[in-house]
Design a binder for this molecule. Structure first.
Ligand SMILES: Nc1ncnc2c1ncn2[C@@H]1O[C@H](COP(=O)(O)OP(=O)(O)OP(=O)(O)O)[C@@H](O)[C@H]1O
Ligand SMILES: [Mg+2]
Length: 200
């Protein structure tokens, strides 16, 4: 297998794209734990997610203030091809970005209760095509109507984070996505521990 550093600082593996497109079978675990040692690594994981998502995934992020949720979404945006700067939509609740697939970025930190969520239009957006990513999703997980990928970020040091990815509900596609990410992460670390740089 070839590992290639592509244009800019992006690590491409395999160069053609996601493992899912390749012929070899992929593990499809329900849950994996990945360790990030820097913001750049967390962005890199988001970037890989952006390359692999198909168009109707819901990604629910949890973790304390400053744990790296937005950092992950910035990488996701980059992987999808978003050109605008991605930041937390804490005050506007939701931002939408156009790219290979629409990115619909929620932040539920300031939502007081379920009534606010119901009037926010979140229910309707769940049926729209696009990648839905939600910061502070753990506040109202039961409002997510479809299977989703939960990413729990736990700070374990100044720059280290434990990222627990688990598929909630029955979804073979999400499990394959988790398998892709696990393999890519392991290969990346084993191969060269590439740090994609602060700008990634
Ligand atoms: N391994 C890491 N992964 C992610 N961020 C890291 C890591 N190490 C250090 N950081 C730093 O932690 C901060 C994470 O900020 P970020 O805005 O992404 O957090 P957040 O979880 O979205 O916070 P909030 O709940 O306020 O929205 C950044 O300053 C980033 O540089
Ligand atoms: Mg944030």
């Amino acid at each position: 297998m070839t590992y290639a550093l592509g244009a800019g600082t992006e690590l491409l593996w395999p160069a053609a794209g996601c493992l899912r497109a390749a012929s070899r079978p992929v593990r499809s675990p329900r849950r994996v734990v990945l360790l990030s040692h820097s913001a750049a690594e967390t962005r890199a994981l988001g970037w890989r997610l952006g390359k692999c998502v198909q168009g109707d995934e819901i990604l629910a992020l949890s973790g304390p203030l400053g744990s790296g949720k937005t950092c992950l979404v910035q990488g996701l945006g980059r992987g999808l091809g978003v050109r605008r700067f991605v930041n937390s939509p804490s005050f506007v609740l939701m931002k939408r970005y156009r790219a290979r697939l629409s990115l619909i970025h929620w932040d539920w930190y300031r939502l007081d209760d379920k009534t606010d969520l119901e009037s926010s239009g979140f229910g309707d957006l769940q049926v729209e095509r696009g990648i839905v990513v939600i910061e502070w999703a753990d506040r109202f997980l039961d409002q997510i109507a479809r299977p989703f990928l939960l990413i729990e970020i736990t700070p374990t040091g100044l720059r280290s984070r434990r990222l627990t990815l688990s598929v909630q509900g029955k979804s073979a596609a999400l499990r394959r996505l988790v398998g892709d990410l696990e393999l890519w992460w392991a290969a990346r670390r084993k191969n060269d521990g590439t740090d994609l740089g602060a700008g990634h």
